[in-house]
Write a protein that binds this ligand. Sequence first.
Ligand SMILES: CC(C)(COP(=O)(O)OP(=O)(O)OC[C@H]1O[C@@H](n2cnc3c(N)ncnc32)[C@H](O)[C@@H]1OP(=O)(O)O)[C@@H](O)C(=O)NCCC(=O)NCCSC(=O)C[C@H](O)C(=O)O
Ligand SMILES: [Mg+2]
Length: 291
Amino acid sequence: MINIHRPRRSVLYMPGANTRALEKAKTLAADSLILDLEDAVAPDAKVAARANILAALETGFGHREAVVRINGLNTPWGADDLSAFANSKADAIVLPKVESASQIQEVATMLDKAGARSDLTIWAMIETPMAIFKLQEIASAHPKLEALVLGTSDLVKDLHARHTPSRVETLTALSLSVLVARAYGLCVLDGVHLSLDDEEGLRLSCIQGRDMGFDGKTLIHPKQIELANEFFGPSPLEITEAQERIAAYDAAIQAGAGIAVLNGKLIEELHIQDAKRILALAKAIESFASN
Ligand SMILES: CC(C)(COP(=O)(O)OP(=O)(O)OC[C@H]1O[C@@H](n2cnc3c(N)ncnc32)[C@H](O)[C@@H]1OP(=O)(O)O)[C@@H](O)C(=O)NCCC(=O)NCCSC(=O)C[C@H](O)C(=O)O
Ligand SMILES: [Mg+2]
């Protein structure tokens, strides 16, 4: 199954308590923003952060998608967060530390009762060992679920593992998450790269995530946006090759053949589906640039 989601190459977290960052976000080249009320916000600052985010959503973030990470419903703030954003201008609600379908269903029911817009979707953070074992249950919990977001910091902590350059400690979890996301038609976003000054490490992590099938990468600082946009978007060469593949295949079909060969490579219908996905993504990214 091929699903074309909106571009989410770069998905930048910012603490809701940081009004400077919320303002700065309106000028950044990130495709999506996660306005955070959870781990990046101290308990004493949660209520003020909620108000900051509500105010920032009112003026909007241009073409950038704005999603709000609420606190878990098992915390003192979760239910109030959810009702505050149910009728806001947020594009989605991110639910942290999801471990069961019922957590997603509870959020969906609360949004329905609050009369939330039908296009307000839910994203689930996958960041605990139990979440990995419940991936299929979570992914099929509710039609409002749109994306799985890997929380590799929490996962590594819960595993008693260590962050390594190869990410061997999370590869199984990353791979299972991509498999399940694709099987259920969901968007899937890779975890953050914590070392702010390690550009080479970020580059390798972007390449690895892209090659595994992730749609994009979650980020913690504006300086990480450019690399994520570069590696999770189609390159000019990939766009040209996709166009050439489609043209070669169309010519083969016109000539009565079912397959084509271009530059010594076999082209079948499945390659055309992938070429069309690449071109649709490139077109959507181009429309961002003109907005
Ligand atoms: C890490 C930071 C605290 C660093 O902030 P700061 O010291 O302000 O950095 P700079 O001086 O280099 O900032 C330069 C300018 O960029 C703006 N900025 C910085 N970070 C952001 C941001 N995230 N979004 C928007 N704008 C940002 C600064 O305001 C400066 O602007 P200007 O004044 O105009 O020059 C900070 O980067 C930060 O807080 N990052 C986000 C941390 C966060 O959200 N963490 C929680 C999410 S990660 C997570 O929990 C993943 C998951 O759950 C898991 O388990 O893995
Ligand atoms: Mg986390």
